[in-house]
Design a binder for this molecule. Structure first.
Ligand SMILES: Cc1cc2nc3c(=O)[nH]c(=O)nc-3n(C[C@H](O)[C@H](O)[C@H](O)COP(=O)(O)OP(=O)(O)OC[C@H]3O[C@@H](n4cnc5c(N)ncnc54)[C@H](O)[C@@H]3O)c2cc1C
Length: 318
């Protein structure tokens, strides 16, 4: 990483801005606990700071990558020459709830905390996402969903674009698909507004708990994973998990990476797995399913390498 890039961040931190860590272990920031070091881990204190700093960093040639809870991202095993932007600071964890059911929430807020707050406020519409261990920003970027998808109740987002401008983007101007959304890869989502329905808190909590318990029954939530590795093939056929199971891939292992016994579409880090182990196991599973059923499984997780994200799956407008 160029010294001038580090100087920009150190000067900002000295001015009392966000926090900066150098050579930060990415395994600490991904739910599968795999990853080498990132040159810089930067948590800004407010949007104005992030706007100014991200613009300046990019002008100096830095690669700036937004990251949430790392629950859908396989981090690179090698060193990553980039500035990872985390919205873990207080500002990006705020939420404001109004009487009519409009909610504005910081993109760094964990979904679990957001859903729980909504249920206490008697606001329904988010409980279908119970058990997804991501942030609001990460969930929007991949249009995460379980019983419902996060874009269902979205009104608009606030982003910082590649030029450092803070902009509002209405839902109608974003294309959402199955685990994908048309955000520019360089956009950093900083806030989102949703419209929720009023409902008795007890009813919301009951629904939330039943979804969560169902998820716990069928998915290895207690293990180090990234959730479903592959998307389900288009409607009508077997699920990804079923195809993997029928191809005899359950418990298949490469190094410390294993296909979960509980849910065949999950790969778990059984101890000491590397990014290479997971990628190789993905190849083995994909080849096995292709050979047996002629189905080409498409990735649901995101794979970050030293060169950037592998195979962007959506034509992201810049
Ligand atoms: C046990 C388990 C169960 C899961 N169950 C589900 C499920 O039921 N349904 C489901 O859809 N997913 C599920 N997942 C996957 C994952 O939790 C979701 O995709 C989640 O929404 C990812 O959020 P995150 O904050 O962790 O994103 P990250 O992994 O941190 O990031 C995902 C992508 O979004 C980008 N990004 C993150 N934050 C921002 C931001 N603020 N602005 C711009 N880009 C950003 C990153 O660069 C990356 O490309 C599961 C994962 C686990 C481990």
């Amino acid at each position: 990483m160029k010294e001038e890039i580090k100087d920009i961040l150190s000067a900002q931190a000295e001015r009392g801005g966000g926090s900066v860590l150098y050579d930060e272990l990415l395994s600490r920031h991904s739910t599968i606990a795999i990853g080498g070091t990132a040159a810089v881990w930067y948590a800004p204190s407010c949007p104005e700071e992030l706007s100014e700093i991200s613009k300046s960093l990019r002008e100096h040639g830095a690669r700036v990558i937004a990251i949430g809870n790392g629950s859908n991202t396989l981090m690179p095993g090698e060193g990553l020459d980039a500035v990872m932007v985390s919205l873990a600071g207080d500002y990006f964890n705020h939420a404001a709830y109004d009487e009519l059911g409009q909610v504005t929430v910081g993109a760094g807020k964990k979904l679990s905390s957001f859903i729980s707050d909504c249920s206490s406020m008697g606001l329904s519409g988010m409980e279908g996402l119970a058990g997804i261990p991501g942030t609001v920003g990460g969930a929007l970027f991949v249009n995460a969903g379980y019983k419902s998808v996060i874009s269902d109740r979205l009104l608009r987002v606030k982003i910082i674009d590649v030029l450092g401008r803070i902009r509002k983007v209405e839902k109608d101007d974003i294309i959402f698909g199955y685990r994908e959304a048309s955000f520019d890869r360089n956009a950093i989502i900083i806030e989102a507004a949703f419209h929720l329905d009023k409902a008795p808190p007890g009813d919301i909590r009951k629904r939330m708990e039943s979804f969560f318990l169902e998820k716990m029954r069928v998915q290895p939530l207690e293990q180090k994973t990234l959730g479903c590795v592959f998307k389900n093939p288009p409607a009508g056929g077997e699920s990804g998990a079923r195809l993997i199971e029928m191809a005899g891939m359950k418990k298949r292992r490469v190094g410390g990476a294993v296909v979960s016994e509980k849910h065949a579409n999950f790969i778990v880090n059984d101890g000491g797995a590397t990014s290479g182990d997971v990628k190789e196991l993905i190849r083995v599973v994909r080849d096995g399913v292709k050979e047996k059923f002629g189905v080409e499984l498409e990735l649901e997780i995101e794979i970050l390498t030293g060169e950037g994200y592998v195979g962007e799956r959506f034509p992201r407008p810049s």
